[in-house]
Ligand binder design. Structure first.
Ligand code: ZN
Ligand code: ZN
Length: 278
């Protein structure tokens, strides 16, 4: 039987001291402010709860001097989800802001691209710019999950549950996967870092952390093809997501927004300026 899901973005951090040059390569305006939000996501129905990415915790925030508003597992708890009871987690890629706190999910099986694991443990990590977004301890935690039988590896596109698919995108990291989920409004795509911002894919402007530029451009096309409507593509770090979709809960600076419902306000007008810049 076909299953459909509700989809939620849980914002646990933001970083407001950034500029456009941090978000777009080859952009004429590189010095204007360009803030970024950090999310994990939850998809659920009566039968299943699936967590997508696990975020980074206070210790990592201190190490990187990138404060968080609230621990990701606390935001999950605000939402009524005990991380200790979660049985399925999809890790879109192993960057520090997506794959920390794995030990807080002792009963979960983790869905990961095999190529991401190879990338994060292989020779590319000898190079500073490629290694920078990864944290060795997070990768070691994932290796431990492999050894305890808690990782399901995908080699390309795959299925996680009825109505939940992973799409291998690459580009930003070697084994990046976006998540495609069936909702009452059609297929919704949680792009994660296949597109940090609406402007990345709508205006064809690559993000500066890139492993394969061609794959990143192909990903910009693919995430749009995989979604049933333009507003069903959800970029991974865009503060505009919080303006476009209704707030259903907030605590300690963190915020939960529902994504599988009609945008509030005029979505087309809000994003048209990016398309026009293409
Ligand atoms: Zn990333
Ligand atoms: Zn990210």
């Amino acid at each position: 039987m076909e299953e459909i899901y509700e989809v939620f973005a849980l914002k646990y951090a933001d970083r407001n001291g950034r500029i456009r040059g941090d978000s777009f390569i080859f952009d004429d305006d590189h010095s204007s402010p360009h803030p970024m939000d950090y999310f994990i996501w939850v998809i659920r129905n009566g039968a299943r709860t699936i967590v997508i990415d696990t975020g980074y915790d206070g210790a990592e925030a201190t190490r990187r001097d990138r404060p968080i508003l609230r621990e990701p597992v606390e935001v999950l708890r605000d939402f009524g989800i005990d991380a200790g009871e979660v049985d399925t987690v999809i890790i879109t890629h192993l960057h520090y802001d997506h794959a920390g706190t794995l030990d807080r999910f002792p009963n979960a099986v983790f869905h990961l691209q095999a190529s991401e694991m190879a990338f994060a443990t292989g020779p590319c990590m000898c190079h500073g710019a490629l290694q920078m977004p990864y944290t060795a301890e997070h990768i070691c935690d994932m290796v431990r999950k492999v050894y305890s039988g808690k990782v399901v590896f995908h080699d390309g596109d795959g299925s996680v549950a009825p109505g939940v698919e992973v799409a291998a995108i690459g580009g930003h990291s070697r084994g990046l996967q976006s998540v495609r989920v069936k909702t009452a409004r059609g297929w919704l795509v949680l792009a994660s870092d296949a597109a940090h911002f609406y402007e990345n894919y709508l205006a064809g402007k690559p993000f500066p952390i890139v492993e394969n530029l061609e794959a990143m451009y192909q990903g910009f096309e693919r995430i749009q093809e995989l979604a049933s409507a333009p507003e069903l593509v959800i970029p991974g770090h865009d503060p505009l997501v919080c303006q476009m979709f209704p707030l259903i809960g907030a605590q300690g600076g963190a915020a939960i927004h529902r994504l599988d419902v009609a945008p509030i306000g005029d979505f087309a007008a809000a994003v048209e300026r990016f398309r026009a810049a293409d």
